[in-house]
Design a protein around this ligand. Structure first.
Ligand code: ADP
Ligand code: MG
Length: 608
């Protein structure tokens, strides 16, 4: 019998491939090693780093250690002590469970491990270089485990070269350290860089840990948040609005003591700050969620910074209400909440009730624009101009009429929302940039590009969730030339990119795009692919899991109507309706304001 063409990859090759996913840079090693230490029940964890982790990353813990056999097994692929069978996946309490971190790290670095369980006389020393066991001997060592990882990517020059400066790599290392230290205040941590002790954090509570990391005056800048329901508990601290910063940074969500990234929860929180902070400023937050692991799915990416709640919308609402409540309690919210939308709030007595399934009212086929409506140069006929003026006048009339009952409305504790008035928007386009309309006596000025972007973004995300992205076959495939690094990145993410609705053919050094997600215009394809690749190259450890969100953002941004485009009345109405059908319509996915609202009181004031 002749042998077939299909062969199993040798282990060290498989490990190197796996390493590509798990180990992106020194910070990824830091994360994996520190998580292992936490899983081993350590109460004290030391992180020792040289040259931003490029020369050395060492984690020393006082956890349960490993015996001789386990010490060797730990470096095998799919070797884990944390799960025994698939159903354990649904009840995870540990950080790791895939059993691929150590194998991956050892495939691309020089690793030296000393480990000893409490009851053993002697411990084990193991040296592994590029997956090859170099040495294994008994050694006298303290209880616990010390793993030193040297010369990361020594055997993959392309990746070694790809590492950034010491400062940049150290920033990422720091960030991982922060995330883990914040998640586990009851454990002492230290960080030593090039021989200097950067942090020495004693066992403490959450607020003390935050202060120890960010400086002691930070506690004056925070207010506590607390909300407990049967479904989820939220505890933590959020920044007072006046201390919002120009730079994003101190923003942390933890779910069951695991740092997570969530543009969705971020958005929920930002709505609580609405009107309280200036554009382009970012409040700090440290929020800890506790939820039964049955309700979340962490298994969507090996680096696990994104999770899925089985009832996302409930979490969204609870967080928003809890944060508003905190800001309000500390007298930080304006007394009249003009944009209060009772249909979105969770009543405060939600507590202790189990969540009802949220109702989603979306029309999956809704598309506010038809392709051929766009792309023509702006022309306004005199007749149209007249029509627009008429609308404008009409609008001002209505605003005036409504201003009278506004006084009455604000006296009520929950202003009732006139659903009908949200169906028939009268609209008017201003400077081919804004759509002006009114809602409940407020003048709304909507940025057309941003509004469309948000609507498209939500469409894309929804289709992504249902796995049915509408695609558009291209008559003439678009060809893009890429450099090897970008090509490599594209290959890595090809499955996700296809889920997004792209059909891609990779040939040697070029890429053929044969189909794209429906809203994307041919002219914007290259732009989108390049932006996606650019974002990928900036991505940090573990953050690649939100690549889909990112693609959706970019596609929406590129496909949305632009400033300078004239819109028909019906197009504007459709857009406005689609916009307000969204659960949250105030900010684009990147946090830019979609519309401004001027209350009739404000207008009255201007006339006084
Ligand atoms: P995972 O954490 O997904 O199980 P790893 O490759 O990170 O996979 O680790 C493999 C195994 O090695 C772990 O399941 C654990 O049993 C053991 N291990 C790793 N690091 C430590 C440590 N610091 N202390 C004790 N055991 C460890
Ligand atoms: Mg692990």
């Amino acid at each position: 019998m002749t042998s077939g063409r299909i062969k199993l990859l040798p282990d060290h090759v498989a490990n190197q491939i796996a390493a590509g996913e798990v180990v992106q840079r020194p910070a990824s090693v830091v994360k994996e090693l520190m998580e292992n230490a936490l899983d081993a029940g350590a109460t004290d964890i030391k992180l020792i780093v040289k040259d931003g982790g490029k020369s050395l990353i060492q984690v020393v813990d006082d956890g349960q250690g490993m015996n001789e056999l386990d010490a060797r097994m730990a470096f095998e692929r799919h070797a884990t002590s944390k799960i025994a069978d698939a159903k354990d996946l649904f009840n995870l309490q540990t950080k790791g469970f895939r059993g691929e971190a150590l194998a991956s790290i050892a495939a691309v670095a020089h690793v030296e491990m000393k480990t000893k369980p409490e009851d053993a006389e002697l411990g084990t020393l193991i040296k592994i270089e590029g997956s090859k066991l170099v040495q294994q001997v008994p050694v006298a060592t303290a209880k616990g485990t010390s793993i030193a990882v040297k010369n990361l990517f020594y055997n993959i020059p392309a990746r070694r070269k790809f590492l950034k400066s010491i400062q940049v790599e150290m920033r990422h290392v720091n960030e991982e350290f922060f995330r883990l230290a914040l998640a586990h205040p009851n454990i002492s941590f230290s960080l030593i860089h090039n021989g200097n002790t950067v942090f020495q954090l004693p066992k403490s509570n959450r607020l003390q840990r935050i202060s120890n990391l960010f400086g002691h005056n930070i506690s004056k800048k925070l207010v506590p948040v607390k909300e407990e329901t049967d479904y989820i508990k939220i505890h933590g601290f959020i920044g007072k609005p006046e201390f919002a910063k120009l730079r994003r940074g101190e923003q942390y969500f933890f779910v069951n003591n695991r740092y997570i990234k969530s543009p969705y929860l971020h958005h929920a929180l930002m709505t609580a700050y609405d009107g309280l902070i200036k554009d382009k400023t970012y409040p700090s937050y440290f929020l800890y969620f506790d939820i039964d692991p049955q309700h979340i799915d962490v298994n969507i990416h090996p680096t696990k910074t994104e999770i899925k709640f089985d009832d996302e919308q409930t979490v969204y609402s609870i967080l928003k209400v809890a944060a508003k409540h905190s800001l309000g309690q500390f007298n930080l919210s304006p007394s009249i909440d003009f944009d209060h939308r009772p249909d979105l709030d969770v009543p405060y007595n939600y507590q202790k009730k189990s969540p009802a399934m949220p109702q989603i009212n979306v029309d999956p086929d809704f598309n506010p624009f038809k392709e051929d409506d766009f792309g023509q140069p702006a022309k306004i006929s005199p007749k149209r101009m007249e029509k627009q003026l008429a609308y404008w006048e009409n609008l001002m009339h209505e605003t005036r009429d409504l201003s009278d009952d506004l006084t009455e409305q604000t006296n009520r504790s929950t202003p009732s929302l006139d659903i009908e008035s949200r169906i028939n928007y009268k609209t008017f386009q201003l400077k081919q940039k804004y759509i002006v309309t009114n809602q409940n006596g407020h003048l709304l000025i909507i940025n057309q590009h941003r509004a469309h972007q948000l609507v498209l973004y939500h469409d894309l995300m929804r289709h992504l969730q249902t796995g049915k992205m509408p695609m558009q076959q291209l008559m003439f495939p678009v060809e893009i030339q890429l450099n090897p690094l970008d090509l490599d990145r594209l290959k890595t993410f090809q499955p996700k990119i296809s889920r997004m609705g792209f059909e891609i053919l990779i040939e040697k050094d070029k890429v053929l795009i044969k189909a794209v997600p429906a809203p994307l215009k041919t002219a914007a394809i290259t732009e989108v692919v390049e932006s996606v690749l650019k974002e990928l190259s900036f991505e940090n450890t573990g953050e690649l899991s939100h690549i889909e969100t990112l693609m959706a953002q970019i596609i929406a941004e590129q496909s949305a109507v632009k400033t300078g485009q004239t819109l028909e009345e019906s197009e504007m109405q459709n857009l406005v309706q689609a916009l307000f059908r969204l659960e949250e319509s105030r900010y684009t996915p990147k946090g830019k304001k979609v519309f401004v609202e001027i209350s009739s009181t404000d207008i009255d004031r201007r006339f006084s």
